[in-house]
Design a protein around this ligand. Structure first.
Ligand SMILES: Nc1nc2c(ncn2[C@@H]2O[C@H](COP(=O)(O)OP(=O)(O)OP(=O)(O)O)[C@@H](O)[C@H]2O)c(=O)[nH]1
Length: 588
């Protein structure tokens, strides 16, 4: 037996009108209404329509009204089922945290697309696009209707041109140019410059009309289109880009334009700094540079050497970490970029513990990019040295960064004062075992230019006489000795370093450092004598080593490092991959 409505329906169907207890159930009595029904009935009862005397409705009943009631829906966060609603403060805190994390050089946001990066990039993008937006707005405001611009009712102002056609325009340009030349000639006469000076001025004016100072073409090394093409190939193929810096002059050997390019055009690539040649600077200076540079990119100190390296384990473990970050990839490629002669190839050789790349103490040794397998999942790419073009760098700066082969420079003696300014006097005395080129104890860089030149000539003469480097007639071979001094400066035989900016060094510490520096140099010299007196020609076969002379030979006769000695480097292959290589090659 059912209950309620079901039971009532059954009784009705079966024609049973009593309710099971003998009571006869009639319609209208014992009639149970449900809530819904009661509600709708109430609606009809809720006031009648008001009518006038004629019976027309003057005010409709509430259920007859066509006016929709003002309804407010209470907001509820449950509507946004999967969304968390957070307060503005919490959003700001989140935004700050994401920004800090993305700026931290030691952390990497791998899947940026899955993060709300627009929260932090919004402003930056806006700034970047601002020009464009303004430009667009301007066009919108200034643009005119088609009818206003063309046709009989055109109201557009025509530009007022002094010429009627293209030919006239060309003629007036030629005339302007000749007037310009006349004015230049006039200015030259007024300035009292003779005919011969004119040639100099003409030399300083480029073909494209841009005025620059005349510079030996050799100082544009590393800036050619070919080299930059090689660089872009390396950057494109690399997941990790290692920017190799010379620890003695990290800021001088920094390529900010390349950093900017990677930051803006390829932000998914990891950029690191590698401070190479750390053996040539005091430890504390290297540490300070590492600390300073780490603020921008992860920085490691390194000393490239087959037998006595420093930082190799750290670098390899870092590369392993990068490869595990990209575990979905079959392998990662690590590109080495930087100024010429900073030791890119030497670092690769150190990592492989094998002479796979040709190295030489002269810039421009690596000519094409080269692939080397470090381990199954890590490939290394060697890149030729690059030099970002700069209008402020003087030939002296360029030469002392090791960009130029000293042999190719005209009158090398003119650059020796710069060497004397960078090095400490006692280091020079100790290196060459000469004394007395300076009459007072004043800082070399503080002396007037004339005095500096005189002292540098005296210095070169002393070395020339001591080493017997004399020309016919007993004159000192100043340029020959200058070449030797410059090479010694670049190859680390004379100790020097650029101190980190804002580094407050007190005198006692400085003294200690200098001493250390001297010892480092001696140690390095010994090391060079033992192992680095060899220069490798083409191929990675150790049997192909060609000995070109020991370090002592170099000191006696510097011409020993001629181009011919390292000519074999031209043959080196473009791409070399050794698939059989395994992780055993390296240790961390
Ligand atoms: N003292 C010292 N010398 C180094 C170190 N690394 C490299 N060198 C020397 O620096 C010179 C240049 O090294 P390379 O490896 O040929 O330099 P590179 O950057 O490949 O040069 P390019 O081929 O011109 O691009 C060589 O004579 C190396 O012996 C280092 O850590 N310490």
């Amino acid at each position: 037996m059912g209950t309620g409505k079901k039971e009532a329906t059954r009784r009705e169907r079966q024609g049973k009108t009593n309710d099971g207890m003998g009571n006869v159930r009639t319609k209208g009595e014992n009639f149970y209404r449900d809530a819904k029904r009661v509600k709708s009935l109430n609606m009809f009862k809720d006031g009648k329509a008001q009518r006038n005397a004629q019976g027309d409705i003057t005010k409709a009943a509430s259920y007859q009204s066509k006016e929709a009631p003002v309804a407010r829906v209470e907001p509820n966060r449950k509507w946004f089922t999967n969304t968390r609603v957070i307060s503005q403060d919490a959003l700001n805190a989140f935004r700050g945290a994401v920004e800090a994390q993305s700026k931290d050089p030691y952390s990497y946001l791998l899947k940026q697309n899955k993060l709300p990066m627009s929260l932090i990039h919004d402003n930056k993008d806006k700034e970047r696009k601002d020009g464009l937006i303004q430009h667009k707005a301007k066009i919108k405001i200034e643009s005119e209707k088609f009818a206003d611009t063309f046709g009989p009712k055109a109201q557009r102002k025509r530009p007022r041109l002094a010429v009627a056609n293209l030919e006239d325009l060309a003629n007036s340009t030629t005339q302007d140019y000749s007037t310009y030349e006349e004015r230049q000639a006039e200015a030259r006469i007024l300035a009292g410059l003779g005919e011969d000076k004119e040639a100099d001025i003409d030399k300083s004016i480029h073909d494209d009309g841009e005025i620059t100072t005349a510079r030996e073409p050799v100082f544009s090394k590393g800036q050619s289109k070919r080299i930059w093409n090689e660089l872009y190939k390396v950057i494109d193929s690399s997941d990790v880009v290692i920017h190799v810096l010379d620890a003695r002059d990290p800021l001088g050997t920094r390529c900010r334009s390349v950093e900017k390019y990677i930051r803006e055009e390829a932000p998914h690539k990891h950029l690191l700094f590698l401070l190479n040649k750390c053996d040539l600077v005091p430890t504390s200076v290297a540490a300070k540079w590492v600390k300073l540079l780490s603020q921008e990119y992860p920085t490691l100190a390194f000393h490239a050497s087959m037998t006595n390296s420093f930082g190799k384990g750290t670098l390899i473990s870092l590369l392993r970490q990068f490869s595990s970050l990209h575990s979905s990839r079959k392998q990662i490629s690590v590109g080495f970029i930087g100024y010429p002669n900073t030791g890119k190839s030497s670092i690769i050789n150190t990592l492989r513990k094998k002479k796979v790349c040709t190295t030489a103490p002269i810039p421009g040794e690596t000519k094409v990019w080269q692939y080397i397998t470090l381990m199954k999942r890590i490939y290394l790419i060697d890149c030729p040295g690059i030099v970002p073009p700069s209008m402020v760098d003087t030939p002296e700066d360029i030469l002392l960064r090791g960009v130029v082969r000293v042999e190719n420079v005209e009158h090398p003696a003119q650059y020796v004062p710069a060497v004397l300014a960078k090095c400490k006097r006692h280091h020079l005395e100790r290196t060459y075992d000469v004394k007395g080129w300076s009459s007072d104890d004043k800082e070399f860089s503080e002396k007037p230019e004339k005095e500096r030149i005189e002292e540098s000539v005296k210095f070169l003469e002393l070395i020339a006489r001591k080493g017997g480097r004399l020309l016919r007639g007993g004159e000192a071979d100043l340029d020959g000795v200058a070449k030797m001094v410059l090479n010694d400066f670049l190859r680390g035989k004379i100790p020097w370093f650029s101190p980190p900016p804002a580094a407050e060094v007190d005198d006692d510490k400085e003294q200690g450092r200098d001493e250390k520096l001297g010892f480092t140099h001696k140690k390095r010299k010994r090391e060079l004598e033992e192992e680095d007196g060899t220069i490798i020609t083409a191929g990675d076969d150790e049997d192909e080593e060609v000995e070109v002379g020991s370090e002592e030979d170099e000191e006696d006769d510097f011409e020993g490092f001629d181009d011919e000695d390292v000519e074999g480097a031209e043959d080196e292959g473009g791409v070399e991959i050794d698939p059989n290589d395994s992780d055993e090659e390296t240790s961390s």
